[in-house]
Design a protein around this ligand. Structure first.
Ligand code: AP5
Length: 220
């Protein structure tokens, strides 16, 4: 079983990289943000609860988030492991993941931190467009679609995420960066942390992440 945790501030490029890593590693990409957005779209009880936090740029409670993630990890496609994107976001979540993996005789293999300075995060989130059918991610500056407003992969319309409005972006950064620092410390203490320069072009970030994983495997 291989469990890789992708860490980074909102807009650091976790989702962009998780999709590319999934194709390289052959294990599923599980994003708690995507799971919450799907629940909001479905209008489920989970979605109604999560929406209240997401609209304010706050983290959803640990209790709700941990249960949702562990349920998803128990699905058959994650039997050989997963790339976790956006989880854990607090020390409580990190400890819950450690406990669940330990119960299965496993552990987090590598926590990869994609580092990007705050001013660049705001710029990236303001320029982000998502495809309405499958969530493929574009950026007007760094990764534009071939036809403006249309997804290259499935032809659906591109839309902006509700929480990419400037006030919500600022709230997300204000409220979530301290918790991220705590989680980074948790994995540094466990000796599984690798930090990657997220200011590089997208393919270079992918190569740096793959190299960090390979280095961990040869050391282990
Ligand atoms: P979530 O969906 O996880 O949002 P996030 O962490 O804020 O991360 P983003 O999806 O905004 O950014 P990303 O790092 O994936 O960047 P992306 O690849 O899109 O969470 C949303 C909400 O759900 C949270 O606010 C919270 O309320 C809740 N939630 C989720 N998980 C939770 C948890 N565990 N606990 C509690 N609550 C939780 O890239 C951004 C842009 O930059 C794109 O336009 C992209 O094209 C561009 N880009 C990417 N890489 C590069 C590059 N190298 N150079 C230039 N541009 C780039």
């Amino acid at each position: 079983m291989t469990t890789v945790v992708l860490l980074g501030a909102p807009g650091a490029g976790k989702g962009t990289q998780a999709v590319l890593l999934r194709d390289r590693l052959g294990i599923p990409h599980i994003a708690t943000g995507d799971l919450f957005r799907a629940a909001v779209r479905d209008g489920s009880a989970l979605g109604v609860q999560a929406r209240r936090y997401m609209e304010r740029g706050q983290l959803v409670s640990d209790e709700i988030t941990v249960k949702m993630l562990l349920d998803r990890l128990a699905e058959p496609d994650a039997r050989d492991g997963a790339i976790l994107d956006g989880f854990p976001r607090t020390r409580v979540q990190a400890e819950a993941l450690d406990a669940a993996l330990a119960a299965a005789g496993s552990q987090v293999d590598r926590a990869l931190l994609v580092e990007v300075p705050e001013r660049e995060l705001v710029r990236r989130l303001a320029g982000r467009w998502i495809c309405s059918m499958s969530g493929h991610v574009y950026n007007l500056a760094a990764n534009p679609p071939q036809i403006p407003g249309t997804c290259d992969l499935d032809g659906s319309n591109l839309v902006q995420r509700a929480d990419d409005k400037l006030e919500t972006v600022q709230a997300r950064l204000r409220q979530q960066l301290a918790a991220l620092a705590d989680v980074v410390d948790h994995y540094r203490d466990a000796n599984v942390l690798a930090a990657i320069d997220g200011l590089q072009p997208i393919p270079d970030v992918t190569e740096a992440l793959v190299a960090a994983l390979a280095a961990a495997r040869s050391a282990g």
